[in-house]
Design a binder for this molecule. Structure first.
Ligand SMILES: *Cc1c(COP(=O)(O)O)cnc(C)c1O
Length: 350
């Protein structure tokens, strides 16, 4: 369905459109050939991200998916194994890329809210045996998307990466929404990233830029990442036009993520009060709201009825709905959403 008729789009924080000021800034960006390192705006953006994450270098890529897939290829050889939460993005949303592009096994482990603990990592590390895949990499998603936007506490990150290090594993952070964690917790991005060999942020989620993500690590890691970027067709030319969206977003759209978090909490409180909705608003830490339907109304039908009232959310399975706040949704949009939800959820029961 076209976006016509959608007044409040909570399907994802990827639906944001660049603001007028961001577009102007992009329009005026200085550019050059980025694959020759001659694009000053791309160079600026990668320096900003390396600094933000406390790493030696960074590379600008077309998407967060490419950041993940390249990281897998640089860290692991075919046949090796990566420990990640069962809900991790590359396991569920990258079209089998870990197997197809890096030839790695993804070892899915469990834990509440998209997170696992040090004991789970310890238990998943393979013995040194000719029969077993070699465990190579530990993977953390901050915030956890399918874990309801949960923020990994710094102590837990330090505990799981310490286990990895003790066993000689590399460590990677999928930081698609790292800055949501930063704003929610007050902990610096470089502190969250400190015990990871590689980490990246997405400009197209809550930050609201139209294209791109940046992957950071040691100089040697980024040199290898560049070889993959070139090979996969991710090396660009006058990419400063799009990188400027990232520069603008880092300057102007980080602090305001707090508004998205407040809107998500307000939404959760309103939804939790409706009959047939199972949701504990205390579990909403950032901009992602998951809730379950307990009655006969299924998620796909509820989502359709919300859409007919101008509100878009996503059905994840038969009984689960996801709503994500972002810079194109304001407090009025949340009230409108709750009015529509009241009709859909109470109407069905009446
Ligand atoms: C969106 C997302 C990605 C992929 O980013 P794209 O820029 O959409 O390719 C990776 N990991 C997580 C946790 C995400 O939410």
């Amino acid at each position: 369905m076209a976006s016509v008729g959608i007044a409040v789009d909570l399907a994802s924080d990827t639906v944001t459109r660049p603001t007028a000021d961001m577009r102007r800034f992009m329009c005026e960006a200085e550019v050059g050939d980025e694959q020759k390192f001659e694009d000053p705006t791309v160079n600026l953006l990668t320096e900003m991200v390396a600094e933000l994450l406390g790493k030696e270098a960074a590379v600008f890529l077309p998407s967060g998916t490419m950041c993940n897939e390249i990281a897998l290829r640089v860290h692991a050889r075919p046949g090796e194994e990566v420990i990640a939460h069962r809900t991790a993005h590359p396991i569920n949303f990258e079209t089998g890329g870990p197997g197809a592009l890096a030839g790695v096994n993804m070892r899915a482990i469990d834990g509440p809210r998209g997170q696992f603990d040090a004991a789970a990592v310890e238990a998943a590390i393979r013995p040194n045996s000719r029969y077993a895949p070699r465990t190579r990499l530990l993977w953390v998603e901050q915030t956890s998307n399918l874990g309801c936007g949960s923020v990994w506490p710094l102590a837990r990150i330090e505990a799981v990466t310490a286990v990895a290090r003790r066993h000689g594993l590399a460590t990677h952070m999928d930081g698609a929404r790292l800055l949501n964690a930063v704003v929610a917790s007050g902990i610096a991005a470089r502190d969250y990233a400190a015990t990871f060999d590689s980490a990246w942020i997405d400009f197209t989620k809550g930050l609201g830029a139209p294209v791109g993500a940046a992957l950071a690590g040691t100089r040697a890691f980024i040199d290898e990442a560049w070889r993959c970027k070139q090979q996969m067709g991710g090396a660009m030319r006058q990419a400063g036009i799009i990188a400027a969206g990232g520069v603008y977003a880092l300057r102007h759209h980080v602090k305001r993520l707090a508004e998205d978090h407040a809107n998500a909490r307000r939404l959760a409180e309103g939804l939790a009060a409706l009959p047939g909705v199972r949701l504990d608003p205390a579990t909403i830490e950032t901009n992602i709201v998951f809730f379950d339907l307990e009655g006969a109304l299924t998620a796909p039908v509820a989502v359709e009825r919300l859409l007919a009232r101008g509100v878009r959310m996503g059905a994840l399975g038969a009984h689960t709905i996801r709503a994500v706040t972002h810079l194109d949704v304001d407090a009025d949009g949340i009230e409108r959403t709750l009015a529509a939800a009241r009709e859909v959820f109470t109407g069905h029961r009446a």
